[in-house]
Design a protein around this ligand. Structure first.
Ligand SMILES: *[C@@H]1O[C@H](CO)[C@@H](O)[C@H](O)[C@H]1NC(C)=O
Ligand SMILES: *[C@@H]1O[C@H](CO)[C@@H](O)[C@H](O)[C@H]1NC(C)=O
Ligand SMILES: *[C@@H]1O[C@H](CO)[C@@H](O)[C@H](O)[C@H]1NC(C)=O
Ligand SMILES: *[C@@H]1O[C@H](CO)[C@@H](O)[C@H](O)[C@H]1NC(C)=O
Ligand SMILES: *[C@@H]1O[C@H](CO)[C@@H](O)[C@H](O)[C@H]1NC(C)=O
Ligand SMILES: *[C@@H]1O[C@H](CO)[C@@H](O)[C@H](O)[C@H]1NC(C)=O
Length: 419
């Protein structure tokens, strides 16, 4: 009887054991192994922001998900626990299916591969890559400050920027005008760290912007002012001016200089003409150009003679001369209704003078000194024109009329300026 009871008990135990093991077998065949539902999406984050990598799993069961950093072989998180001491790391999940690795205030050093691992045997893993981009920043000690150069020298403006990806450098004029770099090349923008201008001229003077961009906002720019120094240059439109006594007259010169020049008028080689009742010197400045005018209210006999407009700066000085002669009834010409044409003519001609373009007046009337082509010294180019002036008589005046007339095809030219 005792034996029977024992047998029964062991039988019971055996069957329980059998049932349990068959249940286990059943569970094992019915439950699928955990695996990844989709690959990790690579992430690009801007420095300082939060980056989130996500790992999607299915059939996790009792297994756990861990995040590791590949470069350093460190375990960052296991399930919902942060293992690393890096306080910028966090972990979260959505129904044990999507596991998020949070990296706050990302730094460039956080770049690299991150592994999502499931502790199966053998373990399963997949990796994602974090890239950290950095907006551009101009490196001050490798970037030009404002530059002063002499005309005709070569100059290089530099601008360097850090950032990730490596920023591109673009140069523009602040005023939006085109940039000329010699050899007739013109462009609205120039690319590259080093921006070289060969044979710089006064037209290059201005503010330039170096703009660094790498696709990560914000772009940055720096303003660099280029100053071009050159000795004064004076151009005179009309070197011979006739007037009647009692008439009002205006003598005119155009001066270019930088640094800014001191400009004044002299008469007959000596005195500086000051403003008084009869004379009124007027200066109109526009950047490095000065339009000099001398208004003579009422011409008297003592006013006839040679006037000079003088322009002087630290690099030198130069002048232009204008001879005011008397018109008597014998040499008078019709000068009515000329004001309009006159001012037009002057505008066109003065542009031509500056640019040295085809202009008959240039040879005849222009006195150019303070040359573009020499940097040092201010040798006196003066000047066959003053010799010509001295000997100039009415015939010569008529000759210049003829030239002016031919060039401009206009029948009504005058040589004096009604004030
Ligand atoms: C993530 O980037 C790595 C390396 O740059 C690349 O091999 C992988 O295919 C990328 N993954 C995805 C999902 O685009
Ligand atoms: C600019 O400064 C950095 C440090 O501030 C220095 O490492 C670098 O050599 C400097 N560059 C130049 C061209 O002086
Ligand atoms: C300026 O550059 C040009 C072309 O590179 C060169 O021929 C010339 O000698 C340079 N001039 C000066 C003053 O360095
Ligand atoms: C710019 O000029 C500097 C100094 O002359 C030189 O070291 C650098 O290599 C140049 N950079 C480029 C891109 O030409
Ligand atoms: C830099 O400029 C080059 C050529 O213009 C362009 O292909 C490249 O995408 C630019 N890089 C960035 C970061 O803007
Ligand atoms: C003079 O300038 C005016 C307008 O500024 C222009 O219409 C005219 O064609 C010019 N004449 C010459 C000869 O250049």
């Amino acid at each position: 009887m005792m034996l029977l009871k024992n047998l029964f008990l062991s039988c019971q135990r055996l069957s329980t054991l059998l049932i349990f093991s068959s249940l286990l077998t059943f569970a094992r065949t019915q439950t699928l192994d955990p695996n990844f539902k989709e690959p990790i999406t690579n992430v690009t984050a801007s420095v300082g922001r939060e980056a989130v990598l996500s790992c999607v799993v299915q059939n996790l069961g009792q297994y756990k998900v861990a995040w590791l950093r590949i470069d350093t072989q460190t375990i960052l998180t296991i399930a919902s626990h942060v293992i690393t001491k890096n306080h910028r790391i966090g972990v979260s999940h959505s129904e044990h299916r999507t596991w998020f690795l949070h990296i706050r205030e990302v730094r460039p050093t956080d770049r690299g591969g991150y592994m999502c691992q499931i502790n199966t045997d053998p373990m399963k893993s997949q990796t994602g890559v974090l890239d950290v981009v950095v907006p551009p920043d101009i490196i001050d000690n490798e970037t030009s400050t404002d530059i002063i150069v002499r005309e005709n020298s070569n100059v290089t403006l530099r601008c360097s920027a850090r950032g990730s990806p490596t920023p591109n450098i673009t140069w523009r004029r602040e005023d939006g005008n085109e940039i000329s770099r010699g050899n007739d090349e013109k462009a609205i923008a120039v690319y590259g760290t080093n921006f070289t201008i060969t044979k710089v001229n006064r037209l290059h003077m201005g503010s330039y912007l170096c703009i660094a961009t790498n696709g990560v906002p914000p772009s940055v720019s720096k303003r660099i002012v280029l100053i071009v120094h050159f000795s004064p240059m004076v151009s005179v439109q009309n070197q011979l001016v006739g007037a009647r006594e009692g008439q009002s007259m205006t003598l005119e010169c155009l001066s270019e200089a930088f640094p800014k020049s001191i400009n004044y008028w002299t008469k007959d080689k000596s005195e500086i003409i000051a403003q008084d009742g009869r004379y009124e010197p007027v200066l109109v400045e526009n950047a490095y150009r000065v339009h000099m005018r001398l208004v003579i209210r009422s011409v008297s006999a003592s006013d006839f003679g040679t006037y000079k407009c003088v322009s002087r700066n630290s690099l030198g000085d130069t002048d232009g001369s204008i001879k005011l002669y008397q018109i008597t009834s014998d040499n008078a010409i019709d000068h009515s209704d000329n004001t309009k044409h006159k001012s037009k003519l002057r505008k066109n001609t003065s542009n031509n003078l500056i640019e040295g373009k085809r202009d008959i007046l240039k040879e005849q009337d222009l006195k150019l000194r303070g040359r573009k082509d020499t940097l040092d010294g201010d040798e006196d180019y003066d000047d066959d024109s003053s010799a010509t002036n001295k000997n100039c008589n009415i015939l010569c005046v008529i000759l210049s009329f003829a030239l002016v007339y031919c060039f401009h095809h206009h029948p009504q030219l005058q040589i004096f300026h009604p004030a």
